[in-house]
Design a protein around this ligand. Structure first.
Ligand SMILES: Nc1ncnc2c1ncn2[C@@H]1O[C@H](COP(=O)(O)OP(=O)(O)OP(=O)(O)O)[C@@H](O)[C@H]1O
Length: 218
């Protein structure tokens, strides 16, 4: 098992005390499998992804990722685990403005070691980015920026990709095209995928589906 989440609890502070968002979430994902996470706006989907990524800390429960208990690690340990095992593709592309496209794509892979040049150019070409490599993020369209974010996540060869409405900021035609490329590349690399989506049509394309409601999964 690549990812095991057990009885995860998370509250946020509210004016009248803590407001529970996750009330005991349990979930597992095997290596190479894909899972769609659905749920109403505000149900806690992004919160769950952030906890899995180790970007935030749960109030209780466990996250086991790639054999390591992420919930027992300190900030540095979680950052190391995230860097080595997780690729993140969120709605905000989070590219580094001072780096060109080629350097953005290589960024996470470089933190983990030496990125393979063939792998970088294969990804750039699969995503139609060959002619954009010397441009800077601000010179790209939204769709192109999201393709760079996808290439960056995949270039580090993560075992798990976390995607939060990855095409949510794009127009419908571009979103469809980028999603096709994204899913094809995920399948090709054999990474597992946990993807938040509002779209039942997209959710149906993934291997399984979990629905977050009232702080629990169904
Ligand atoms: N940092 C925070 N501080 C306080 N409350 C927060 C914080 N982050 C999220 N929340 C609250 O927690 C709940 C879950 O938010 P979250 O973003 O996880 O939901 P979501 O299911 O991803 O929503 P959406 O589909 O609209 O993106 C919401 O009520 C939100 O207002």
């Amino acid at each position: 098992m690549l990812l095991l989440i057990e009885d995860l609890l998370k509250s946020y502070p509210g004016p009248e005390g803590p407001v529970p968002v996750l009330r005991g979430v349990t979930l597992s994902l095997d290596a190479g499998k894909t899972l769609a996470l659905t749920g109403e706006s505000g149900s806690g989907k992004s919160t769950l992804l952030h906890l899995v990524a180790g970007l935030d800390v749960a109030d209780g429960g466990r996250v086991l990722l790639d054999g390591k208990e992420a919930t027992k690690l300190d900030d540095n340990g979680r950052a190391r685990l995230r860097r080595s095992a997780v690729g993140i593709v969120f709605q905000q592309f989070n590219l580094i403005p001072s780096l060109d496209v080629a350097a953005n794509i290589a960024f996470q892979a470089r933190l983990n070691g030496t990125p393979e040049p063939q792998e970088l150019s294969r990804l750039a070409s699969a995503l139609g980015l060959e002619s954009q490599l010397r441009k800077y993020p601000e010179q790209l369209s939204g769709g192109q920026q999201q393709r760079v974010a996808i290439a960056r996540a995949l270039a580090a060869r993560p075992k798990l990709i976390l995607a939060d409405e990855p095409t949510g900021n794009l127009d419908e035609a571009t979103a469809d095209e980028v999603m096709e490329q994204f899913l094809a590349l995920v399948a090709e690399t054999g990474a597992a995928l946990l993807m938040v989506t509002h779209s039942p049509r997209l959710a149906a394309r993934l291997g399984s589906r979990a629905h977050l409601s009232q702080g629990r999964l169904a």
